[in-house]
Design a protein around this ligand. Sequence first.
Ligand SMILES: *Cc1c(COP(=O)(O)O)cnc(C)c1O
Length: 485
Amino acid sequence: MLYHSTRNHLKTVDSAQAVLSGLAPDGGLYVPEKLPAIDVAACLQEDTMQMATRIIGALLPDIPNMEKLVKQAYIGKFQTEELTPTVDTGKFTVLELFRGPTSAFKDVALCMLPQLLTAAKREKGMEEDILILTATSGDTGKAALAGFADVEGVKICVFYPEGGVSAVQRAQMVTQEGNNVAVCAVKGNFDDAQTGVKNIFASAENGRLTGGNRLRLSTANSINIGRLAPQITYYFKAYADLLRRGQIQMGDKVNFCVPTGNFGDILAGWLAKKLGLPVGTLVCASNANNVLTDFIRTGTYDRRRPLHKTDSPSMDILVSSNLERLLYFLSGDTALVADLMNKLNKDGFYTVPDSLKTAISEEFWAGYCDDETAAKTIENVFKNQKYLCDTHTATGWAVAEDYVNQTGDKRPMVVLSTASAYKFPAAVLSALESAEGMDEFAQMERLEEVSGFAIPANLSGLRQKKELHTGVIEKSAMLDFVMGL
Ligand SMILES: *Cc1c(COP(=O)(O)O)cnc(C)c1O
């Protein structure tokens, strides 16, 4: 199946090459020329592994042996073979995406991406090893490390800002095992680490580091179609659960509310709808960084505003890269998308034509909530529904309530839960009681006592695990560090 850039439809590549390249050479994102057809009724009868095989296989048909890849990616790595269970709380249905090896929703995609990347590499006869280079502000780094650890033909190197990630996040990364992983703290903030990584890419020639080691550079970030495709599966899975519980009949529309950062997760929901799943409204939930709320309501995307540091840090984003794909899908106009992205880059904002604004508002609804409302929501949901949610999920829940209150829409609502509450113990515990004077591990234990919800094994064992990657370097030393791998 052919893919082309969101900014130019003339140069095409097959789906295996799209996964290998990540980003198109013109800076655009890869999109399929035509969406595949899926037998939705058959898909909804299947278990999660079969659904994933069918859906990812349909979108990436040039990567062979999909069933085997899906099993290698997921079996034994998640708390349940369903991968992403749903919980009926009596009010909303919560879709739990955090049951994977690092307790973050990014596991769903980052367990699968290494399989897709190495299979695409074999398919294309590429002999060099790949080096995945990532700067992280916390969550992505660990999920990528866990996904790529011990995968043959790939090495992974993660840089994080010294003092810039939580104690739990640091412990998750520095204890990572695997013969192909490297983790290093950088003296500086996240932007310094990110700039350092970009500089390493810029110093490479044709994607290769100059010098002795023949490694081809790549990234694990969410613009790769190989990260997006696996996320479509859980929308089908959630719908199938509602069917099985008799909460809906086949064909009934279901709404989904998605805590959104880079727009990858919610775009996967939109793709599920385009593949034929009966989806009603997709509700886009933001925190105080409400660029997307403004965009969906007004048609103007404006990143010229300060970035707020919030209790839901994985949504602290001003430029949501995957939105570019939606602009293309709804307009079909690569020249328009290229213009808009150019304007965003140059002027910091753009306004879409009225027809595109209307098309977006027919399928999406947007809202946001601040830290205080999210904390209040954690408290209320725990009190009323006996369910413990993290700060990102609480943001989604609060916006889902606003949606229902403002529209009166009575269709079932599924709220996507993107992280375990135990990844953000300080904020979650202090929503329930005082968390002062405790370190994060003590907060985790106290939260377990208060809530009765178990700490996931990957987090509870962390304090005892051996620290393997304790290096701290100057930002100017990042290239040398990579050359030494
Ligand atoms: C990455 C992330 C999000 C945002 O997902 P996008 O696909 O970037 O919109 C939300 N919550 C958590 C916990 C995340 O890690």
